[in-house]
Design a protein around this ligand. Structure first.
Ligand SMILES: [Zn+2]
Length: 507
């Protein structure tokens, strides 16, 4: 009795079950009809038949190398299950027969391939070539279709809309439409990221607001998705260049914000700080040795917890959080502005905004002209390429340069067109709060408290010998610096302009 081994392959995704059942059915029939014993089965769960470099195929080859003497046939469903590369599959058939005397059988097609019989071998080759061509055509069609839809028509072509959008319309008419409640969350995520809110905290808040995408990188994915800025990323296809292309859908995030976020994401992430409302200064207040102070609770005799700020590297500092916060409150109180100072700021802002708006109008004009010029240049490069006056590399290079320029200019125009008046209205409404900084700080949540500190002290707030120290402080808040020192809250020793910031010396 002759013996056979079987090679089963899950074919393309989605049709695997039916295909496996069918393969088994045909194999059983073939075995019975030809009176052959089946000795082993190799199941390949690989998703692509493109090459032989798959784990189960390697096992199969090992098996053949060891047991070829007791095997006569290798049963496959169809020969193209073997490999999508016709040449590779054919040489496999040839090798099996010549080296191991094993014949390959396609059970569904009912063919036993025989390298020695030219007709059979030719037929096998032809079949494989057809399968290969079919495969190539399909992928060209799909890729070409995606390219056209994305690059030329600016249409979004994925199955599910990204967070912040919903799909409207069918097929070619289908497009992304802003989903307002979700868009608000997207804006929050971008905004918070630029304000240095730790990613885990952004995630927490986003979920509170109704964000529903799962996964460790869910927030990063939102931040890096060009769709939010009204762009589509398109892969190069044949002679067409890849890159970002303007989409037809409405952006949620302006171009400047998007670009700022992208360049920030490229930088290595800072040490992750976990926020704790009991110790808001952790990680932002620094020890005089330059390292950020860490903070932790310790349990007192009564069982109650007391919080401390400590230097992790030495016994430089070990401050009770209560003391540290009281001292800081003292400094805040003295940072408060007088009514007349607030009035001065209000008027200063008003005229500054007016001047800026005038300036912006001028800049918008300039940028619009530049944008027109770049469009013109792009058009002429396209024309040259069509007329064969330049080669593809040259075209690609200029295309991507101009496309990049266009995106930048559009972003600048968008930014400059923003209504500054609205921003001033908001500022105006809250300006009075500057007369009570202690209140402002106390009302703020931990994220805002930290922002406030890093902004006011330009990330240079230290602690040494029982007092806060800083070489940098916003002018507006430093009017009482002598009093702050007298009351033992904060020593502000302004760095001299021609000196770099030197943190207080290491012990
Ligand atoms: Zn230290």
């Amino acid at each position: 009795m002759k013996r056979a081994i079987r090679y089963l392959r899950f074919s393309q995704l989605g049709q695997s079950n039916g295909s496996i059942e069918r393969q088994e059915l045909y194999t059983d029939q073939w075995i019975k009809f030809n009176d052959v014993e089946l000795v082993d089965t190799f199941i390949d769960r690989g998703k692509s038949a493109r090459t032989f470099d798959r784990p189960d195929f390697i096992k199969l080859q090992e098996f053949i190398a060891h047991h070829y003497k007791s095997v006569d046939y290798l049963l496959v469903d169809q020969l193209d299950r073997f490999s999508r590369d016709a040449g590779e599959a054919m040489s496999m058939v040839k090798k099996l027969q010549k080296k191991y005397s094993i014949q390959v059988v396609s059970v569904t097609e009912g063919i036993t391939f025989d390298y020695e019989t030219p007709g059979s071998f030719f037929r096998a080759g032809l079949q494989l070539l057809l399968a290969e061509e079919d495969n190539i055509n399909r992928s060209i069609k799909v890729k070409g279709g995606i390219y056209t839809a994305k690059a030329k028509e600016g249409r979004f072509v994925f199955k599910n809309p990204p967070f912040g959008y919903k799909k409207e319309g069918e097929r070619k008419e289908r497009q992304l439409v802003v989903n307002e409640p979700e868009a608000k969350i997207v804006k929050f995520i971008f905004d918070a990221y630029l304000r240095d809110v730790p990613l885990y905290k952004i995630k927490e808040k986003a979920y509170e607001l109704g964000f529903d995408r799962k996964g460790n990188m869910a927030i990063e994915r939102v931040l890096s998705n060009p769709v939010h800025a009204g762009l589509l990323y398109v892969e190069a296809y044949k002679e067409y260049p890849g890159g970002f292309f303007p989409a037809i859908h409405e952006p949620i995030i302006d171009m400047t914000t998007w670009q700022m976020v992208q360049s920030k994401m490229k930088k290595p992430e800072k040490i992750r700080t976990v926020l704790d409302d009991e110790i808001p200064l952790r990680g932002i207040l620094k020890c005089h040795c330059g390292n950020p102070l860490s903070g932790a609770p310790s349990r007192g005799k009564s069982g109650k917890y007391f919080y401390y700020y400590k230097c992790r590297f030495s016994k430089h500092n070990n401050i009770s959080a209560i003391k540290a916060h009281d001292q800081f409150m003292g400094a805040c109180e003295l940072m408060s502005l007088t009514e007349s100072k607030v009035k001065e700021i209000r008027n200063g802002c008003k005229s500054a905004i007016q001047i800026e708006m005038e300036g912006n109008k001028k800049k918008i004009k300039e940028k619009s002209q530049q944008l027109e010029d770049v469009h013109e240049k792009l058009f002429s490069v396209e024309e040259k390429w069509i007329k064969n006056e330049i080669n593809r590399d040259t075209y690609d290079r200029w295309y991507s340069t101009y496309n990049h320029n266009i995106i930048n200019l559009k972003g600048a125009i968008e930014r400059l067109s923003k209504d500054q008046g609205k921003a001033f209205d908001i500022l105006n409404k809250h300006l009075n709060l500057l007369t009570d900084i202690r209140y402002v700080y106390t009302q703020a949540d931990t994220v805002h408290k930290r922002e406030f500190i890093s902004m006011v002290f330009d990330n240079n707030l230290y602690y040494q010998d029982g007092i806060y120290r800083t070489p940098t402080m916003m002018d507006m808040f430093s009017h009482n610096s002598l009093l702050m020192k007298e009351k033992g809250c904060l020593i502000y020793e302004k760095k001299r302009d021609n000196l770099a910031i030197i943190p207080p010396s290491r012990e």
